[in-house]
Design a protein around this ligand. Structure first.
Ligand code: SF4
Ligand code: SF4
Length: 160
């Protein structure tokens, strides 16, 4: 473990500088020096009035594998969110009042965020991830509408 400072929360009152026994908090860059930090002493954590310092592990545990059932459920839910996004986009267009339009817009965006979160958690965060490449390859080989960007998908697969 070593201490890290969230510079956005730090009010620079310098209490951590006075209490740290090794001077790890006294740096030019604003960041705590991990080489000087005594792991887990946490004196600075307790002293900071802004809760700007926390302890982080040196090595994080490996990410837990998701079972195929969980991934399938996430995909199904994200598809449902995408459908709801489309419905709220249509409602937004047809809304009879500014309030109704605003509500539909909020719901459209909310569903978009949820769909993105679900897809990210299902393993599609990075375009070069195995899941994302498999998805692109699958879409490329499946029957598609005329406006499907086949050349762009092919090029993307070459680049990934
Ligand atoms: S004690 Fe907290 S708020 Fe004060 S300088 Fe240190 S990190 Fe910043
Ligand atoms: S955890 Fe202890 S040694 Fe590390 S920066 Fe904070 S006060 Fe200093």
């Amino acid at each position: 473990m070593h201490a890290v400072r969230n510079i956005r929360l730090c009010t620079k009152d310098c209490l951590c500088l006075y209490v740290c026994p090794t001077g790890a908090t006294d740096t030019e860059t604003g960041q705590i020096d991990p080489k000087k930090c005594l792991s887990g002493c946490r004196v600075c954590v307790d002293a900071c009035p802004s809760h700007a310092i926390s302890l982080v592990p040196e090595i994080y545990p490996p990410q837990q594998e998701k079972t195929s059932a969980v991934v399938s459920a996430m995909r199904a839910l994200s598809a449902s969110k995408a459908e709801q996004e489309r419905l709220f986009a249509a409602l937004e267009q047809a809304a009879p009042s500014p309030e109704a339009k605003q509500f539909a817009r909020a719901m459209r965006l909310s569903n978009r965020l949820m769909a993105e979160d679900l897809l990210r958690e299902a393993g599609y965060l990075l375009p070069q991830s195995k899941h994302a490449r498999e998805l692109l390859a699958r879409e490329l080989n499946a029957p598609q509408d005329a406006d499907f960007p086949k050349d762009a998908v092919k090029r993307l697969l070459e680049l990934l």
